[in-house]
Design a protein. Sequence first.
Length: 279
Amino acid sequence: MTTTSRVSRRGPSTARSSESTTCPSRIERRRDTLQHTRLTKTSLAVSGERGTGRTTLLAELTEGVHPVWFDGLDLLRLTEMEWIRAVAVALDSGLRPVVVDNVHLLSPLAAHGLYESTSRSAGWFALASAPLGTVSPDVYRLIDSCRTRVELIPLRLRKHEITTLIDAMLEGMGARIRFTAGAMRLLLAHDWPGNVAELEAEVLAASRTRSVGDVSVGDLGRLRERAAMPLLSAIDSAQRTVIEDKLIAHRGNKLAAARHLGISRTTLYKRMRRFGIAG
């Protein structure tokens, strides 16, 4: 997933920069930031709205080093103390980097426990959260303690990149379709609450609807339906993003995505309908 971000580092070499998918030098700066973090094994926090690429950035950061992954959604099946102990054990072992996704979903107790664990551990860790302006004080303190912070910019604030993003997505999918002028106007008018993940899901759905030729406004009915849907809770939004990411990773293969998510295909279909996911 392609992202746009602002980067800040703590310490003598503090720097801030902006990145755009249309500017290679800015992409290189983000790549340099990730490479520096990998080499120095310093803490990193990425924040942004759902679908902006938080999880993708963490995967890029830890590619090939087999991190231990945790998620704020884990608290749906674990008690706070069980979760805190599991993360603490992984951090204290120092054998593998620790990644914690969706930290904005943590309760004050869990956020405080994670802060205490990361503060006393010399292990390498990375966190992902919703925008800083929306998180609790405990989560903000946790994010603020990281050596490097990356803020991902929502798609609605960079709509000028949508055409370029779609071209890159179609090329990556090997799709031989094109969006008509009317379809592009509809895409540009949408506010994309699901950000790049939502855009990629729509492009993937269009590529399955038409293998070649023009994609018209009539082919984007699901987009209009999604625009009319009520806003989801933070947990539901996180679950929808995870499902969209897995569907994209498995090129729309529902069975493979369901297996990766640890649910049945029937349950996956139900959640897709509930969250308005195309497919």
